[in-house]
Design a protein around this ligand. Structure first.
Ligand code: ADP
Ligand code: MG
Length: 296
């Protein structure tokens, strides 16, 4: 007997079919299609295992339904999370659990834990991470960014060079407004590595436009190897730098990291590199490759 390909629910119209009159065997046959139509992929894929577990635990119908829904909700949340992490464009995976606070005593762990609650993002505040290369600025940006994603906010990670390069290009091509709008969209914009490389002359003005647009709307998490007093040099313009800092620092949390590069510390531990006289690494344009250890 040829059966219609249309699922039983569609044939039944908008009224709930009565259990006496409906063909239950047909409904069961259509179950897969109905679950697909309702976008309940996790229930569809794990149906047998979920039902077996429900039977093993002797769940009643309501409990079993709740159990199935919970599986679907967990799967959808997992997908949302992994999608949001992809969209955020983090350069690597780093977590707060993986951050050794003992290695960087200038950081107050309770301050970072407080930032991990993401209240600052809810309030539209900014975070400024300052410190020399290798002390964990990008690590903390990614780790905090992941916490913000987990709370359901949109996040975008970029570098100062990439961001300003894009805005300069936008200005040249007449698409500046579009690009400013794009960078204003995420609830949190992470801007890594401000101050490492020289900026184009108009970069300060463009950066100011972006910070003004985001001001008190969305949060910025920015890291720099240069103290804020040197940002007029970074932007090549004292007035613009002051205007940027005025908005950026108005509602902000500044974390200043002092100390040795974690990268070089690891190398030192393995005996590849000897500490320089004076200990702390200084700010500069990047970490020089450590010289090989000499035999004495
Ligand atoms: P920065 O951005 O300040 O130059 P990074 O965050 O890139 O430094 O850190 C360099 C490397 O060292 C990264 O792989 C990072 O995960 C690691 N790292 C830095 N500080 C710590 C720390 N306190 N605990 C664990 N790993 C660290
Ligand atoms: Mg970095």
């Amino acid at each position: 007997m040829a059966r219609s390909k249309q699922p039983a629910t569609a044939r039944a119209g908008t009224t709930v079919p009565s259990a006496e009159t409906v063909d239950i065997a047909q409904l069961v046959e259509d179950l897969d299609a109905m679950l697909t139509r309702l976008r309940l992929g996790a229930i569809r894929e794990q149906l047998d295992a979920l039902l077996e577990e429900a039977a093993r635990r002797e769940l009643n119908l309501r409990e079993a339904l709740a159990w199935l829904c919970a599986a679907e909700v967990a799967s959808k949340e997992q997908r949302r999370l992994s999608m949001a992490m992809t969209i955020a464009h983090f350069p690597f995976v780093r977590t707060l659990e993986g951050f050794e606070f003992e290695a960087q005593p200038s950081i107050d762990p309770s301050k970072i834990r407080d930032l991990a609650t993401c209240r600052w993002v809810a309030n539209g505040d900014n975070v400024v991470l300052l410190g020399p290369p290798g002390v964990g600025k990008t690590h903390l940006e990614v780790a905090l960014g992941r916490e913000v994603v987990a709370r359901g906010y949109t996040v975008q990670f970029t570098t100062a060079m990439e961001l300003l390069g894009s805005l300069v290009k936008g200005q040249q091509q007449g698409t500046l407004d579009l690009r400013l709008a794009q960078y204003s969209k995420p609830k949190l914009l992470i801007i890594d590595e401000l101050g490492y490389l020289p900026l184009e002359p108009q970069a300060g003005h463009l950066f100011f436009q972006l910070i003004s647009r985001r001001y008190e709307q969305g949060s910025v998490l920015i890291s720099s190897n240069r103290p804020v007093e040197e940002w007029d040099e970074v932007f090549g313009d004292q007035v613009v730098a002051a205007a940027i800092l005025d908005r950026l620092l108005h509602h902000s949390h500044v974390v200043t990291i002092r100390g040795d590069s974690y990268r070089l510390r690891e190398k030192r531990r393995s005996g590849l590199f000897r500490p320089q006289a004076g200990g702390s690494s200084s700010s500069g344009s990047g970490v020089k490759p450590p010289p090989p250890a000499k035999e004495v």
